[in-house]
Structures are given as C-alpha cells and as structure tokens.
Design a protein around this ligand. Structure first.
Ligand code: SAM
Ligand code: SF4
Length: 323
C-alpha cells in the first residue's frame, strides 16, 4: 500500500478530523465569551465529502482516525456518520475527543458505532473553577459522561487536562489520583500558543517536569513501554494504579520526530502540522469535481508541507483546527 510519508521520513498514519467549529463551552484559552464567528453550514464539509476523503487517506496508510472539533457531539447525524465511517474503513481505529457534556446521553450509541477510545477534556474537578475556565456550569455533566464512558466499555477512557499556572495547577495531584481510583488514563498537555485570543503567555505553561514533581507524592511513576501508536505521549503508571498518566510536552520536549499526524479542519483544509499555518484546501478540490487521483496528489503535496518542526506563529485557535 502507498503510505503518506513526509520529507523528514515520518509516516503519516493518524488523521484528526474536525466535524464542526461549533462548541457548547467557551474555554478561556480557546474561545472568546461570545464564541468565534461561525462558518456558514455550506462551508463545512458534508459527511459524504468526509467519507470520500477518509477513503483516500485510508488507501494511503492512515490507520487511526480521531473525530474532534469544536465539539463533535454537537454535529447532527453523528452516530449514523460514524457507523458509515467504521463500515467503510473497518480496520481503522476510531477515536473521539469531546468536552463530555453530551456523553452521558450518547456514550452507548457511540460505542455501538465502533468507536473504541474516548478522550474527555477536563481542566478542573472543582465546580466553580470549571465554570470559570469554561464559562459554563457543567462539571456534573462531564463527570456523568466519564462514568457513562467507563460503564459502556470504552478502552481506554482518557482525561485530557491542560495545566495552567496559577489557574488549575494545584489540582494536578487530584487528576493523578483519578488514575489510582479508576482505570482512567490522565493526559497532561502543555498549554500551546494557538490562536490570537488564547491568552497564552510563556509563564502560564506548566512544564511536564513540574507536573511530574507534583505527582510524586502519589507514589513512584513507573514508565510504560512505548508503542509506535503512542505518538508524542510519554506514558507512566503510578505504582498500583489501574489507570495511567501521560504527558504531551509540546513546549518543553520537541516531539516532532515522532509526529504521525495530519488534520482536516471542519471546512476541509488539510493541515500537516498543528503548530504551522500551512494548509491545503481539499474542499475546493472536492467541489471542483476533481478525480480521486487528483485529490490523492493533494494529500501527497500536503505531506510534503509538513515542517520538521514548527516555524511560525499559529493564528487559528484549537477549536477551528481540530485539537
Ligand atoms: N471540544 C472538544 C474538547 O474540548 O475536547 C474537542 C476539541 S478541543 C479544541 C481539543 C483539545 O484541545 C482539548 O482537550 C483542549 O483542552 C485542547 N486545547 C485547546 N486549546 C489548547 C491550547 N492552546 N493548548 C493546549 N491544548 C489546547
Ligand atoms: Fe470548546 Fe474544546 Fe475549545 Fe473548550 S477546548 S471551547 S470545549 S473546542
């Protein structure tokens, strides 16, 4: 099979597909209080268009697809789309990243579509603080969504936490404890400078080393052997824990050599690197009636644009890229 390989010998086997730019939270580091200007519906890829693209990616070696957003669970017809996606690409590992608000109601239907892994974003376990960060009083719903995901049998259920200095970094040990109490995989993600309104400042990043120090009182961190599909995450188990902790150190440890990711935004732009604004417009090509061979040529061209490491400022926020 032809595989997408970039100019730095990295095999690009993992696609993050953004289903929407809409969201039911307004996380301070991701969106302004009024939300971002929304794309008109006609500018967002239809499910048919996504399925055509997925067929091309899978034909070129993509073996893992994560649906994300914005908030992917808001997109109408999602369950049917995911079932079709799984039917069209049964060998592909299908994953979901969500803020969890709608998971309590949807976990079981999602599981039946063939999604195996769920990542839930959660930055505080304190109701008031959660509301301050996300501008919505919804912690209970997220916690119910996590419970429902575990009960439904997703394996693993991951919690993505972005520690922010002076905001929620005093909760790092509480998040680590979640992996001791239940088979949850807690991922600490360094805050990245994305979007013009993210409020990112270097002093707000809590470096992985510091996060590890704060976890130490819970017990020793035992490294878990790397698998190729781990991508940039470094994985550990707190001694005796049924779950895991992991670290994505975008700012302090250049994980670029192990990056295998491509992203397609909700409006159909293929971004070879999260931290670079280079994009290839797949929607225009799809709607211009280009052939599969011509589209495939665009995928190869986009792979060639993947930089060895980020070089520019990124003006799009995560919600519009597809985190
Ligand atoms: N709405 C869904 C959610 O929150 O899980 C999916 C999209 S969201 C953009 C994906 C992830 O990106 C979330 O875990 C969020 O915390 C993370 N994120 C957003 N902006 C970020 C930034 N500047 N640095 C690091 N992570 C960020
Ligand atoms: Fe929405 Fe996710 Fe951005 Fe929060 S991080 S505003 S949940 S897209």
């Amino acid at each position: 099979m032809v595989t997408l390989v970039d100019n730095h010998h990295r095999r690009l086997t993992y696609l993050r597909l953004s289903l929407t730019d809409r969201c039911n939270l307004r996380c301070r580091y991701c969106m302004p209080p009024q939300g971002l200007p929304l794309l008109p519906h006609r500018e967002i890829l239809t499910y048919e268009e996504m399925l055509r693209l997925v067929g091309l990616f899978v034909g070129r070696g993509v073996n893992k697809i994560r649906v994300t957003g914005g908030e992917p669970l808001l997109r109408r017809g999602l369950i049917d789309f995911l079932s079709r996606l799984k039917g069209a690409a049964p060998g592909v590992e299908l994953c979901l990243t969500t803020n969890g608000l709608l998971l309590g109601d949807m976990a079981s239907a999602l599981r039946q579509t063939g999604i195996s892994r769920v990542n839930v974003s959660l930055d505080s376990l304190d109701r008031r603080r959660y509301r301050d960060i996300t501008r919505r009083d919804a912690l209970d719903r997220v916690l119910a969504g996590i419970d429902a995901s575990l009960e439904t049998g997703f394996d693993p259920v991951k919690i993505n936490m972005v520690p922010l200095a002076g905001v929620n970094d005093d909760e790092i040990a509480d998040f680590g404890r979640l992996s001791l109490e239940r088979p949850l995989v807690v991922r600490f993600i360094e805050f990245m400078p994305l979007g013009d309104r993210s409020g990112w400042r270097p002093e707000m990043v809590v470096p992985t080393e510091e996060v590890m120090n704060r976890l130490k009182p819970l017990g020793g961190l035992e490294p878990i052997e790397r698998r190729p599909e781990d991508g940039p995450a470094r994985r550990f188990r707190i001694k005796g824990a049924p779950g895991e902790v992991g670290f994505i150190s975008a700012m302090t440890d250049h994980f670029c050599p192990s990056c295998n990711r491509l992203r397609v935004t909700a409006e159909g732009r293929l971004r070879p690197c999260l931290l670079s604004d280079a994009e290839v417009d797949l929607k225009a090509a799809l709607r211009d009636g280009r052939s599969d061979a011509e589209l495939a040529e665009l995928l190869t061209r986009a792979a060639g644009l993947k930089p060895r490491r980020p070089t520019e400022e990124v003006h799009r926020p995560m919600s519009s890229i597809g985190g």
